[in-house]
Design a protein around this ligand. Structure first.
Ligand code: NAP
Length: 267
């Protein structure tokens, strides 16, 4: 029988009603973690995921919370801790795109993306760290707690037409590293994952047609689009003690997208 690497632990995965977050929640549940499916709008999807996890013998609850809203985040942590006793793993995954050229981008859309993609990670991490320190070490993990921040290849690859999104992910990179430096001595382990092009609803236009997919494949040396499960497998490993000495690092899950593939025959 497969050993469950997260048995006895609890996790909040923000934005887990869809895409990468959904896959991570399912994977962590398979590894034995009790999981919170967080959503802001997709209620039915969130409860369907909870049902699916329970059907497979896992434990899950759904909690509605807008990660950019301080009170929502505090309430989500309260509910999660009162249900599961504590939280051991936070996956800061919720994120959106609101694309426009810079002169067409509204201040609202600039702020919305920064609020959800970056401030949301700050608000959730702050609550997680307080809970890890309150609870103290347990026998379920070498670490006091784990935080995984969802970044993107666009933390290093500039992206015209998406200045709000790429700025938010550049911010996530420095947020993650500064936080890792600050809380490492408490045995709180902080890392990030930078996905490349993963097939989810956020980027449907890049895989909806064969032509669109072919165009994006030119940017991926490994020559396939990513699946949400590719990211979920890495998240499960990063949340487990198998990666106990990995701290303050971003793991790129991108089929080589960050290797400047434009230079293959053009450098
Ligand atoms: P997705 O399928 O659109 O999922 C986004 C999730 O975030 C949904 O569950 C959504 O829930 C939730 N969400 C949005 N706003 C929220 C808020 N204010 N509070 C709480 N939850 C909120 O997109 P995805 O591709 O899985 O993206 C997940 C993460 O991966 C994002 O951070 C994204 O930037 C990152 N990423 C994705 C790719 C890719 O190629 N797909 C590449 C690099 C990085 P509701 O529907 O309920 O709002």
């Amino acid at each position: 029988m497969k050993i469950q690497r997260l048995k006895g632990q609890s996790a909040i995965i923000t934005g887990s009603s869809s895409g990468i977050g959904e896959a991570i929640a399912i994977e962590l549940a398979v590894e034995g973690a009790k999981v919170v499916i967080n959503y802001s709008h997709s209620e039915k999807a969130a409860f369907d995921i909870v049902r699916g996890i329970k059907k497979n013998g896992g434990e899950a609850i759904a909690i509605k919370a807008d990660v950019s809203n301080e009170n929502d985040v505090k309430d989500m942590f309260k509910e999660a801790i009162s249900t599961f006793g504590t939280i051991d793993i936070l996956v800061n995954n919720a994120g959106i795109q609101k694309d426009a050229s810079i002169t067409e981008m509204s201040l609202n859309d600039w702020k919305l993306v920064l609020d959800i993609n970056l401030t949301g990670q700050f608000l959730c991490s702050r609550e997680a760290i307080k809970e890890y320190r309150r609870r103290g070490l347990t026998e379920t993990s070498c670490a006091l707690g784990k935080i995984i921040c969802m970044s993107s290849v666009h933390e290093i690859i500039p992206w015209s037409g998406h200045v709000n999104y790429s700025s938010s992910k550049g911010g996530v990179s420095m947020f993650m590293k500064s936080m890792a430096q600050e809380v490492g001595r408490d045995k709180i382990r902080v890392n990030a994952i930078a996905p490349g092009a993963i097939k989810t609803r956020i980027n449907k236009e890049i895989w909806a047609t064969k032509e669109a997919e072919q165009k994006v494949l030119e940017l991926i040396p490994y020559n396939r689009l990513g699946e949400a499960k590719d990211v979920a497998k890495v998240a499960a490993w990063l949340a487990s003690d198998e990666s106990d000495y990995i701290h303050g690092t971003t793991i790129f899950v991108d089929g080589g997208m960050a290797l400047y593939p434009g230079f293959v025959d053009n450098g």
